[in-house]
Ligand binder design. Structure first.
Ligand code: IFM
Length: 461
């Protein structure tokens, strides 16, 4: 029998952000001047779909914001699409910029604080044709893009994400080669890594040059959002465990580890560089955006190479997976947050966390188990200021197309009306946001047993 005192609600700090995260290309629709759009037309998406009109958020933002408000959300992460604001080189589209302003104003009217991502992987096609981030003019064009976004909507943004998951374009685009430009070219990967570090530093400097405060009068908050995982050996013991430990370290060091070391030191970290200094990079983050989904099990075996090439994940027997094939490992969230705290010592926002689940049961358990770990991290001293769930409406999941459902609001891409229908997980998140806590009553109402015994089930530490 657990004493009643152990059932204390998991309360989050006052002013905590509750909301969802999205990215322009995945929800807006008709991002026709982008490199991803061009790639999709080649029939490259696994389920044969294309982003097309996506969720038509471009036109239906008001309906979505109103629904977010009804669902108790007080924040929203979204992105600006460079391919819309500069569809042709050197020819910015004033209407697109004005439309983003309308959209952000509407979000704010609905009580949503704004986290804006300046680049979420997608590039204008004209830039992709010149070599993408490797193009000679890429950084100059990027700085101009950042300036025009800040000029247009800078007064409406509370939190700036310069780049989303910068290691994904490097690794999926230039090492594994399954995202555009689909190259397996390690030297190009190193060049793009350095370019992205420069792009981040430029955006960080520009934001601080152009803005003196956030909308509420607080400091300008600019940072990046990293894709973080817990990386561990696949085997628990024995020779294979011993051999997999250095592999796990190498995976961590060559993904988020390399990025983080570079931002802390201001120098291009191995294995992508030899320590060349980048102006303005050292310490260029006021907060860290943490995207956490899964644990990676480093497995030495025949399928290691094919897993890397396909983005597949090894999963030890008995470990539950999401429909992406990603391990469900809530304690990894705690460890990642603790590691980011030790690395940067800065405030953190959860800028993404969620799971692909075509039902909605797994998502509710996933959500609660992961929120319990965020709470655990806060209790252990991590300055986490908000939780932005991935994602609001079911949307375009890159090379997986529309098949994978990450939303708390159902939306069928083929429905001509694109109706939005909140799932039970939306009401779960609403109740948590309203209470600013995970309470035993909320767990009982939405996913009984998800946190048994309260607050953390065995194996969750
Ligand atoms: O949909 C993506 C998002 O664009 C970046 N982070 C991971 C999500 C789920 O795969």
């Amino acid at each position: 029998m657990i004493p009643a005192a152990s059932f204390r609600p998991l309360r989050f700090p006052d002013g905590f952000w509750w909301g969802n995260a999205s990215a322009g290309h995945q929800v807006e629709g008709e991002n026709i001047h982008s490199n991803w759009w061009a790639w999709e037309q080649l029939g490259k998406v696994n389920d044969g779909t294309r982003s097309g009109r996506a969720c038509d958020y471009w036109n239906r933002h008001a309906e979505d914001h109103a629904l977010m408000r009804t669902l108790g959300m007080n924040a929203l992460r979204l992105g600006v699409e460079w391919a819309r604001t500069e569809p042709a080189e050197g020819k910015p589209d004033g209407d697109a910029l004005a439309h983003y302003r309308t959209l952000l104003e509407d979000a704010r009217r609905n009580g949503l604080r704004i986290c804006l991502t300046l680049n979420h992987w997608v590039l204008p096609q004209w830039l992709a044709e010149q070599g993408g981030w490797e193009a000679p003019r890429a950084l100059e064009a990027w700085e101009a893009q950042v300036r025009r976004v800040v000029r247009s909507v800078g007064d409406l943004v509370d939190l700036w994400v310069t780049l989303n998951e910068p290691m994904v374009p490097v690794l999926a685009g230039y090492v594994a080669g399954y995202h555009p430009p689909c190259r397996v070219a390690p030297l190009a990967a190193a060049r793009v890594f350095e370019r992205l570090l420069r792009a981040h530093a430029i955006a960080y400097r520009t934001l601080h040059e152009c803005l003196t405060s956030a909308p509420g009068g607080g400091p300008v908050m600019a940072g990046f959002a990293g894709a973080y995982q817990l990386v561990e050996p696949y085997h628990d013991s024995g020779l294979r465990h011993a051999l997999e430990k250095p592999l796990a370290n190498a995976i961590a060091r060559s993904s988020f580890g390399a990025w983080d070391r570079s931002v802390v030191t201001g120098r291009v970290a191995a294995p992508y560089g030899l320590g060349r200094q980048i102006p303005g990079l050292a310490g260029s983050t006021d907060f860290v955006g943490v995207n956490y989904y899964t644990r990676i099990s480093a497995c030495l075996g025949l399928d290691t190479i094919s897993n890397v090439k396909s983005g597949g994940h090894a999963c030890p027997p008995g470990v539950e997976k999401t429909e992406m094939g990603w391990q469900i490992h809530p304690p990894g969230f705690f460890h990642v947050l603790d590691r980011v705290r030790r690395t940067f010592g800065k405030p953190m926002w959860i800028t993404e966390n969620g799971c692909a689940d075509s039902g909605d049961d797994a998502r509710r358990r996933y959500l609660l188990a992961h929120l319990a770990q965020v709470h655990r991290a806060i209790a252990a001293g991590c300055d986490v200021r908000g939780y932005l769930h991935w994602t609001f409406t079911d949307n375009f999941e890159w090379r997986e197309g529309f098949e994978k459902k990450f939303g708390i609001v159902a939306m069928d891409h083929e429905d001509p009306a694109l109706l939005r229908a909140p799932k039970q997980s939306a009401f779960l998140l609403r109740d948590v946001a309203r209470a600013n806590a995970v309470t035993p009553e909320i767990v009982q109402a939405h996913a009984p047993g998800a946190l048994d015994p309260w607050p953390l089930a065995p194996g969750m530490r």
